[in-house]
Design a protein around this ligand. Structure first.
Ligand code: ATP
Ligand code: MG
Length: 415
């Protein structure tokens, strides 16, 4: 029996991989221009890192982690997200001694054992940023701005909407949670099983749940219970976004799935599908929780696969075709062609050549199958006269040119 790929994984290749490469280069370009530095953290970590930071009561930790014992009997987990690993690296490498704030970005695969569906995989990719050392709303704005610029450069910013909320600090949240617990006390028995668990373990996540919407209509919302400080911060954030002309809406239902958030939280969702493509917020308590000094922090994570789906749906064209396919009549011609090919590559062209020792006509067929713009033919006559024959495969025009990279370059530009 053939071995096939695992459920929820995929092979990314050819046309699709062009989208990924474009996306990755835009991420790097925008993050570089904002003076963020890339961080590459391990794919697997001690299980405890995620159970402690992502939170024991979250879907990720209770249902979705790929956890196993290694041969040394350690409990290992494939990263289900990046923030925990980045914070661990921040603490472990003493990054707090660097000039503050420390601004980092990352991109790479993450793993969650989930039910497969469109836009939901078991191995998927995330990119994101983390900013350590600023408690100001300006740091939240900086990370939202990076996300916005990346989405703009990809041409999909207008297809998304930014939704923001504040989930308060430890103090105001504690008061709110009491109110919420009281409100739900006589309703929880009739709510879904997951929410019954949430009621005990992580009550705010009941707001996230898509079931029992009728009961929840009148539910108290954290946004209306913020303390003066958190209220001020949230107003600053909104004024900042207005000043920069960044459209947003307040969505009181955004509480984020992970335990480590506080204060500002946000999500970018598709306007059409209302599917979240990414989100983030502030997590001022996590560095401390993982053994570092108390350090304010904020960041976001985007699901890259969902963004690529959007790019594909928009039919954004990414044209990647070879400029020249060389057709050489024999070994000698091949080596002559190879010299020329090297020069043209250095001048920036994509070139290819037959490496199967095929006949002239099969080389010609191959050139048109791979959609080359030109073929350059080097046969016995061409070698004798020190010329090449060039054919434009789009128009069928054919002509000769000197055996010289610059001359060839000029003549294909004017064709
Ligand atoms: P969802 O509510 O869709 O499960 P989430 O709250 O679990 O999302 P986060 O943990 O915030 O998502 O991850 C950030 C982004 O990663 C999401 O906005 C989404 O774009 C993407 N994402 C999450 N889970 C998956 C998955 N299984 N496959 C592909 N992308 C995913
Ligand atoms: Mg999820």
């Amino acid at each position: 029996m053939n071995i096939t790929k695992q459920k929820g994984t995929k092979d990314i290749m050819f046309k699709e991989v062009n989208y990924w490469q474009k996306f990755e280069s835009v991420i790097k370009e925008v993050c570089d221009s904002h003076n963020f530095s890339e961080i590459r953290v391990p794919t697997f970590e001690a299980t405890e890192l995620f159970s402690r930071s992502v939170g024991d009561g979250t879907d990720i930790v209770t249902k979705e982690m790929y956890t196993f014992k290694d041969r040394g009997d350690r409990s290992i987990t494939l990263r289900p997200e990046f923030t925990a690993g980045v914070v661990r690296a921040y603490v472990e490498n003493g990054l707090s001694s660097r000039p503050s704030p420390v601004k980092l970005w990352y991109a790479g695969p993450v793993f969650r054992y989930e039910k497969m569906q469109k836009g939901r995989y078991r191995e998927f990719r995330q990119f994101g940023v983390e900013i350590f050392g600023s408690s100001s709303y300006l740091a939240d704005i900086e990370s939202i701005t990076v996300a916005k610029e990346i989405l703009e450069k990809l041409g999909i910013y207008d297809d998304l909407k930014l939704k923001i909320n504040s989930i308060g600090c430890k103090e105001c949240r504690a008061k709110y949670i009491e109110t919420l617990r009281e409100y739900l006390k006589d309703k929880i028995d009739n709510m879904c099983d997951d929410c019954k668990v949430r009621y005990e373990k992580n009550i705010m996540r009941i707001i996230d749940c898509k079931e029992d919407l009728e009961v929840k209509k009148e539910m108290p919302m954290i946004t209306d219970y913020l303390c003066e400080d958190c209220k001020k911060d949230f107003e600053n954030l909104q004024n900042g976004l207005k000043n920069l002309g960044i459209e947003y809406e307040i969505d009181k239902k955004i509480v984020r799935g992970l335990d480590y958030y506080n204060k500002a939280v946000f999500e970018f969702a598709s306007k059409d599908l209302d599917l979240s493509v990414g989100g983030g917020g502030r997590y001022d308590l996590l560095v401390d929780m993982l053994g570092g000094a108390k350090t304010p922090a904020t960041g976001f994570a985007f699901g890259m696969d969902r963004i690529v789906l959007l790019l594909e749906e928009k039919g954004m064209s990414i044209d990647k075709r070879p400029d020249i396919f060389f057709i050489a009549s024999n070994g000698d011609a091949y080596f002559k062609a190879s010299i020329l090919q090297n020069k043209l590559r250095k001048m920036g062209l994509i070139t290819d050549i037959d490496i199967c020792e095929r006949s002239f006509s099969s080389q010609m067929k191959y050139a048109s199958k791979i959609n080359a713009r030109f073929v350059i033919i080097i046969g016995e006559d061409e070698i004798k006269n020190n010329i090449v024959t060039i054919k434009n495969l789009d128009t069928g025009n054919q002509f000769t040119a000197d055996f010289d990279a610059s001359v060839i370059m000029k003549s294909i530009e004017i064709m």
